[in-house]
Every structure is written in C-alpha cells, then in structure tokens.
Design a protein around this ligand. Sequence first.
Ligand SMILES: Nc1ncnc2c1ncn2[C@@H]1O[C@H](COP(=O)(O)OP(=O)(O)O)[C@@H](O)[C@H]1O
Ligand SMILES: [Mg+2]
Length: 398
Amino acid sequence: MKKILILGAGIYQVPLIKIAKELGIYTIVASIHGNYPGFEIADKVYYENTTDYRKILSIARREEIDGIVTAGTDVAVITIGKVCDALGLRGLSFEAAEFATDKLLMKQCYEKYGVRSAKFRRVSFDDPNYANIIADLTLPVMFKSVDSSGSRGIVKVDSPSEYDHARNIVLENTRSDYFIVEEYIEGEEFGAQAFVQDGKLEFILPHGDYVFKGDTGVPVGHFAPYELDPEILEDAGHQLAAAARAMQLDNCAINADFILKDGKTYVLELGGRSGATCLAELVSIYYGFDYYEKIVRVAIGEKVDFGISSGLSGQDGVPNASMLLVSDRDGVIVSQENRNAPDPDIVEVQFDHRPGDAVHKFRVGPHRIGHVITKGKSLDDAVSLLHKALDNITIEVE
Ligand SMILES: Nc1ncnc2c1ncn2[C@@H]1O[C@H](COP(=O)(O)OP(=O)(O)O)[C@@H](O)[C@H]1O
Ligand SMILES: [Mg+2]
C-alpha cells in the first residue's frame, strides 16, 4: 500500500485526504491541534506543526512515505520542498518552495527573468530612513510582509503619512526582519490555476476572481472561463510560464495571482500548490476530472495524463462559479439552512461549521464559514444560479 503524507487537516485538505483514501492510499495527516475536519478521516494523524520541517521530515522517514502534498495553503509548502529533496520524492524542490513562499525572493526571481510585476523595494525594519528607499516608487504602494499569506500583513498606502502605521501592521504579521514595498497596480484582479509535471505545463486555466475589498483585496469567489482577448490570454500564459520557470516550480500545482492593467498581465505572485476558495473544484469541473486525484497521483510518483486536448488554456470547458459564505459579524452560529432544491448544476453547498460554533466577521480567507459552487451551460447560467442558490441559504449568527 502506498503512503501519502498530507500537510494540514483543514477544509482545503479534506478533499485530498478523501481522494487518496479512495485510491487505496494510506493517508497520514500532520497538523497542529485544532477543530480540523481532516483528523476524523485520515488513517493516521500526527499533531505537529507543518512548518516544522525537521519534525515532518522525521515522520516522513519513519513512515517511509511515497509522497507528500498539501492544497490551498502556502504555509506547508516549504516543508514539502524540504521533504521532497531529502527523500527524493516527486514534488517541488526546497529552492522552488523558498521562492514560492518568500515574497522578496519571488520578486527577485521575476526581476531577474523579466517577468512583468510591480516595481518593488526591500526595506529593513531597523532602517529609520526607509522612506528614502521607497521614495522613487509611485504612490499608492503596497507594504507587504514577505512570509505571510491570506492578505495578512498586506497594507495599501496612499500617502507617506501612513508609512509608519503600515510598517507596524506588517511587523505584526511577519517573522522576517525586512519587508517589501511595491507599487500598487490599479486594474482587475484575476488568477490562474496551472500544473507543471516534469517541466511541462499541463494546463493553464485563467479564472475570474470575486474580490472582497477590505483592508486589501480578499478573494471570496471565482469563475471560469475568464473571457480574455486572445492576445491578452497569450500574454497571461506567457507571464505565468516565465514566472514558473523563474521560480523553478516543477511537479506541483500552481496558484497564480494577476492584475490586468491596460491589457497587460502583471504577476502578483505564484504559489506552488493548488488554490483555495474552491479553485481546485473549479479546475475539476472545468476539465471534467478530479483535480485532487491528479495532484495526489503526481505526488506519489505517477506520470499523470491530464488528457487536456484543447490546448494549454482552452476556453471550452464547463463554465462554473463559486462564492464563499461569510458572516457580517463576530458571534456564534444559531442556525444554518439550505433551502435549495436538489439541482445537478448546484455542485456543492458546504457549511464549514455547526450551530454553536464561534465565527468571525469576514475580513480574511480563514474567516469563511462555507461555500457554494455552481455550473452551467454558459458562464451567465452558472453565475445567475450561484446568486439564486446564495439567496436560498441562511446562516444566522448572533
Ligand atoms: N501591487 C499590487 N497592486 C494592487 N493590488 C495588490 C498588489 N499587491 C497585492 N495586492 C492586493 O492584495 C492581495 C494580497 O496580496 P498578495 O501579494 O497576493 O499576498 P497574499 O499572499 O496575502 O495573497 C492581492 O490579492 C491584491 O488584491
Ligand atoms: Mg495572493
């Protein structure tokens, strides 16, 4: 029996655990303690911090695993790189993982290899004159923690009077002694899911993002296809491929964040794992395969056929759309109700919690309390069904 080590036991890893079990693979989950749904379904659980790569590596050795993987989070990617390198497993390298989880290293890769990306500067927290270093950047700018995710430690700054405040927010959200400041790109945010196997991009699937405008943009939903002019689509694919090469990403899923400005795609960042917020599901529905299965199979060393004949970023898949369920207040869930009649085009309505669970007023991704995914003959159909389905869902929080 093959063995896979899955890092994380949260809602974004549950589908990985389930499909691995269905494939007859022994599932070992590592995660910190907490109220995580993956614990109940895994064959074996280690309560360890997934960022502690020494501990995870010793578990991987002891268990003689065949593969290591995660989904929907950057937190454990560095550990995956470490373990893959040490044990010769299929997956991204430690170096690639470092590029993918340190925003400064990533930006330096992009600069070196000519990937289109916002102009940036590195700033030390102990530099009292840091304003000079960023003086030649055009406002507004983004202050960014280099090692956080989920929009934590990312602050938009409109004038120099806000610098110190923004710097302090970044400081609270990083373990690093420096951060980056980059120019704000005013445009439309979108993304792409992709997969690279043995150096070959198996697909690039651009998707639209529904963004919640809080302190920064937080993605709350997605849709595909994302209609783009052919030249723009080609440029986006080119930027993604160049960024993936620059970061040496291989044998991993790719989650790309872009901003489209004046018909040009700017790369915000690439992650070396599949996206959160229903993005793996978006890929599965669009192409008609189980994306989690592909991810698991590659991780345990199989050469996987993605069977995508329509070109790298074909626009002829199954249109679909998703949206997170969120709360508008801090409180406790009193009741949750889904009044939608069964409909094959309502692919999934998921409640993350049970009544009695405490939830947050939505500000960042982890505050989600559920999701809805729909599909349709056209994107319009999928999107209007999404809104209809959302109207028939009530989660009461008090
Ligand atoms: N240079 C930028 N211009 C405009 N918006 C940005 C820029 N950088 C980040 N953002 C916004 O902040 C969000 C989070 O930034 P990102 O670099 O992707 O960090 P995270 O790892 O937290 O996702 C983006 O999705 C986008 O909405
Ligand atoms: Mg991002």
